[in-house]
Ligand binder design. Structure first.
Ligand SMILES: [Zn+2]
Ligand SMILES: [Zn+2]
Length: 352
């Protein structure tokens, strides 16, 4: 089933940018990604403009703007490929295109799973939707061979003169963007996470997709009633839950266990707050961590600062059924898999 929803990450000019020190991720390859550029000649990932000198200083040696974009995107892909385990290539369509942009706010990126699947071979839980990449990982083969698993777009206007937003992309790999820029690797990691399963397929009115649960919805709770959203009898109850600010919680065991490091956004019982503004934000509500979390997490809805740490997001991936770092979680995974030497991706565009 094809999804039309896209989850957006926005940025506000007033948000303070903090420097971040980032430790490099392990380079071991647990999954292989295929990157399919949707950009044409001389635009997007192929933009021949001069590279950003600041990004060059940040470790990105791309000789053009397009080359810097490809290098930074591959860097983000490699971080996920080093942590998530799958024997099936995860196919990502990606592009740079103009997205909404004005003097005070810009859409940075949007991404989603292209297809969702239920009751497939070796599905962990029946009558429950899984995004294509995760469903394929469990099945051990490509359940939708005619389509890519994830689509992602990034706002090319940030680098152009048509966008009044005062900050441009930073393509450096060091997580240390100048204050007037936005760290692309952070946004790429964030958008890829949506496509890998960090999203519910419930709509903003509380309706389940086709009437079925999804692997993300299963762990959402309304703490004021103690009910899981998947168990609620009506769409209205779910719609109320996702605007119940402070009480929409993630109750998966891996996030709860790792959430002890939070100094804010965590209920004393261990549940972790999810983004539940009132009124609902259809592109964001429920499918992000709450902005209340401290320290900040990768999957909050607004960009604050560079963050290459998959942190609690990785634990949430575990909760929804991903095997991490080659571990076995009651499914068919072997102890290792992936693409072998040179990087955790295969490219269907020469030079990507
Ligand atoms: Zn997002
Ligand atoms: Zn709770």
């Amino acid at each position: 089933m094809t999804l039309l929803k896209r989850w957006r990450t926005r940025v506000q000019a007033a948000v303070l940018v903090l420097a971040a020190v980032v430790a490099p991720e392990a380079a071991l390859c647990q999954a292989t990604f295929g990157i399919i550029s949707q950009d044409g000649p001389n635009e997007g990932f192929n933009d021949p403009s001069r590279p950003d000198p600041a990004s060059t200083v940040g470790g990105n040696s791309g000789a053009t703007l397009g080359a810097q974009r490809r290098i930074a995107f591959r860097y983000a892909v490699d971080i996920w490929a080093s942590r998530l385990t799958s024997d099936v290539v995860i196919a990502v369509e990606a592009s740079f295109d103009p997205l909404a942009c004005n003097a005070t706010q810009a859409d940075l990126g949007l991404a989603a799973a292209n297809t969702v699947h239920r009751d497939f071979t070796r599905a962990p839980i029946s009558i429950t939707w899984y995004p294509a990449a995760l469903a394929n990982a469990h099945a051990g083969f490509d359940l939708a061979p005619g389509s890519s698993d994830i689509s992602a777009q990034f706002n090319s206007a940030l680098d152009g003169i048509t966008c009044a937003f005062p900050r441009a992309w930073y393509y450096g790999l060091d997580g240390n963007p100048p204050a007037d820029t936005i760290d692309f690797v952070s946004i790429a990691l964030h958008e890829l996470a949506h496509g890998l399963g960090f999203q519910t397929y419930m709509d903003a009115d509380g309706g389940k997709l086709g009437g079925f649960d999804d692997a993300f919805l299963l762990w959402l709770e309304d703490h004021s009633t103690g009910d899981l959203l998947s168990d609620m009898a009506t769409d209205a109850a779910r719609a109320a839950a996702i605007t119940n600010t402070g009480n929409l919680h993630w109750v998966g065991p891996n996030v709860i266990a790792a959430g002890v490091g939070l100094t804010a956004g965590r209920h004393p019982g261990g549940h972790v707050r999810m983004y539940a503004p009132d009124p609902v934000e259809p592109a964001s509500s429920a499918s992000h961590f709450s902005t209340a979390l401290e320290p900040d997490e990768l999957m909050e809805p607004y960009y604050i600062a560079a963050n290459h740490d998959v942190g609690l997001t990785l634990e949430l991936m575990r909760d929804i059924g991903w095997s991490i770092d080659g571990s076995v979680q009651g499914n068919r995974f072997d102890s290792s898999s992936g693409g072998g030497g040179g990087g955790c991706f295969v490219s269907t565009v020469i030079g990507f």
